[in-house]
Design a protein around this ligand. Structure first.
Ligand SMILES: [Zn+2]
Length: 134
């Protein structure tokens, strides 16, 4: 793990290099931690954009600001889609819940929110479509 400080000497979250997912930020009582997939180290521009996204997340519980950030900034990074397609180890990033040896059961609120919004949109479209047919 690496701990970084910004140019003002302010403590930044810990960064841990992992084998799966793309990137995640975790908030603990005493520190924040950002996990990034080791394959991102080969894509410095994408890594820079993703780190900027993770650093923009708030500390503590997942907030509305975090949801807004994930909905508007999630997959707009240049090269993000190609990176996902060419690195199957990142695919579990889209699961709202997963298990890791270090963290146990992980509930990804950003992914869960995205799936709920998608399901709600699908449900509304389905209801409208059925109404048009009947
Ligand atoms: Zn995010």
């Amino acid at each position: 793990m690496l701990q970084t400080n910004d140019k003002n000497g302010q403590e930044r979250p810990w960064v841990q290099i992992v084998d799966v997912g793309v990137a995640n930020r975790y908030s603990y009582s005493d520190h924040d931690e950002i996990e990034i997939n080791k394959a991102l180290l080969e894509c410095p521009e994408l890594l820079k954009g993703i780190m900027k996204h993770e650093l923009a997340h708030t500390t503590g519980r997942y907030k509305l600001k975090d949801l807004w950030l994930d909905l508007h900034d999630g997959i707009k990074k240049p090269g993000y889609r190609k990176f996902i397609i060419t690195h199957p180890s990142t695919w579990h990033q889209f699961s709202p819940i997963w298990f890791s040896k270090q963290k146990g059961i992980v509930l990804d609120m950003g992914s869960l929110s995205n799936w709920l919004i998608l399901l709600c949109a699908f449900w509304v479209i389905l209801k409208l479509w059925v109404r048009v047919l009947i």
